[in-house]
Design a protein around this ligand. Structure first.
Ligand code: AMP
Length: 435
């Protein structure tokens, strides 16, 4: 990798603003999955051990946009309020403010600061704001080897708008900007990229998590050990157009399952019944099949599917299914790959030396429709080659099934890894200093 990491700079006595991904799932104020906190620990510990002043920041969830300049209403809300009769405006405004305050409680990073302190075995000072009185005080009191966490970056409207004043203020808190939030490396926000892009900090480097994610995934894409098999699934073809095209150039075999497969099957002339189909992408799918043929690559689609008359509702409801070949009756929809397809996919995976996987093979949230996804996960677990899971649903499936430690790498960023598979440059990485 040609970007500098924290090991390439002297951090002793330096104030390091570290963008991490602490966007952990929470239920009633309790963290339900600590993977992301754990992912940031190596960088944080290294900085502590090397005498840096560690200033952490992260987003959490999608708080209501009202948390803008001093709790003002957003433009849209202001308009909505002004459109109301005068006597109703005060109540409507109060309602928006209440929602904002609720979100402030719901999306605060304070529980993360408490849990992080337990994990580190040392205090983590918490600032009640990202920039402002509390952050000023917390940051200026920080001594070498100490850690603080600033409040949710998305409580400031300027975060997503790449506000210059916000970046400047944050830059005044630090000597070194460290990005270790791989999960948001594909976003160009104030704390994920703009602070370094604007040149407000001279030293901008990555942490160990980003370094690891990039070295594993970029290496697999650029110098794969062959045979290289890529597996794509999930709902929409449109989301993965460029990924399909780019992966076809890199891999030997591209397997397509999940809801995406039906647009390809329809493009091949099969009847897909009521399955998920993106009619606008039929020509694209034809182009991709032609591209695979021209490049001499294998593009493998399901040959059988598990079908039902309707989508399960609720998603884990018991459901009656039938198995069809490539043609599906008009009143049925394909919701998982069938056993024959699962076996073919698994055999391809088992003989591969490099495998990357993104997207489930079916509606895996339903036990009856999870078999295809489980079969693929199991094949990856049994493979001796390098296995890379591109975050999101496939990562969740592998972890739930207990196969996590059998994979070479499970990415912490679904969106970011998809953009890497697309061959895109990630703003959160591009903005860092070159070696
Ligand atoms: P994505 O976000 O594109 O990776 O899609 C993930 C979602 O695709 C999961 O929630 C699955 O339930 C859904 N999915 C997978 N296969 C199908 C299918 N055959 N029909 C409809 N949805 C599907």
């Amino acid at each position: 990798m040609n970007k500098k990491s924290i090991k390439d700079v002297c951090v002793k006595g330096k104030r390091c603003l570290v963008r991490v991904d602490f966007n952990v799932p929470m239920k009633d104020g309790v963290i339900t999955d600590e993977t992301r906190i754990n992912g940031a620990l190596p960088t944080i510990k290294y900085l502590i051990d090397n005498g840096a002043k560690v200033i952490l920041c992260s987003h959490m969830g999608k708080p209501h946009n009202i948390l803008t300049e001093g709790f003002g209403l957003t433009k849209k809300e202001k308009k909505a309020v002004e459109a109301l009769p005068a006597e109703e405006q005060a109540a409507a405004k109060a309602e928006y403010l209440k929602k904002a305050l609720n979100d402030k409680k719901k999306f605060t990073l304070k529980p993360v600061a408490i849990r992080l302190a337990e994990k580190l075995g040392q205090p983590v000072a918490f600032a009640e704001d990202l920039v402002g009185e509390s952050a000023d005080a917390v940051v200026s009191a920080l001594k070498d080897g100490e850690v603080c966490l600033l409040e949710n970056t998305r409580f400031m409207a300027g975060e997503e708008k790449r506000d210059e004043a916000l970046c400047k203020k944050l830059a005044s808190y630090c000597d070194i900007y460290v990005n270790d939030a791989f999960g948001t490396a594909h976003r160009s926000h104030a704390t994920t990229a703009a602070i370094a892009e604007y040149g407000f900090v001279d030293t901008a480097v990555c942490g160990f998590l980003i370094e690891k994610e990039l070295s594993v995934m970029a290496d697999a894409l650029e110098n794969p050990v062959h045979p290289f098999v890529a597996i794509l699934g999930g709902a929409k073809v449109a989301d993965k157009l460029k990924v399909i095209s780019n992966l076809l150039e890199k891999c030997d075999t591209l397997i397509i399952g999940g809801g995406m497969a039906f647009t390809f099957l329809k493009a091949k002339g099969f009847e897909v019944g009521a399955s998920l189909v993106d009619n606008e992408q039929i020509d694209y799918c034809k182009d991709m099949m032609k591209k695979a043929e021209d490049l001499g690559k294998k593009l493998i689609l399901p040959v059988d599917c598990v079908c039902a008359k309707s989508f399960p509702n609720p998603i884990d409801a018991e459901i009656e299914t039938i198995v069809c070949g490539e043609n599906i009756p008009a009143d049925y929809m394909g919701l998982d790959i069938g056993a024959k397809s699962a076996e073919t996919f698994a055999n391809e995976v088992k003989s591969a030396k490099t495998v990357i996987w993104n997207g489930p093979m079916g509606v895996f949230e339903n036990p009856t429709l999870a078999k295809g996804t489980i079969a693929v996960a199991k094949a990856l677990a049994d493979t001796e080659g390098t296995t890379i899971i591109g975050g999101g649903d496939s990562a969740a499936a592998v972890t739930q099934l207990g196969f996590a430690d059998k994979m070479s790498h499970i990415s912490t960023g679904g969106g970011a890894s998809l953009e890497l598979f697309e061959g895109k440059k990630l703003p959160g990485i591009e903005c860092l200093n070159n070696k």
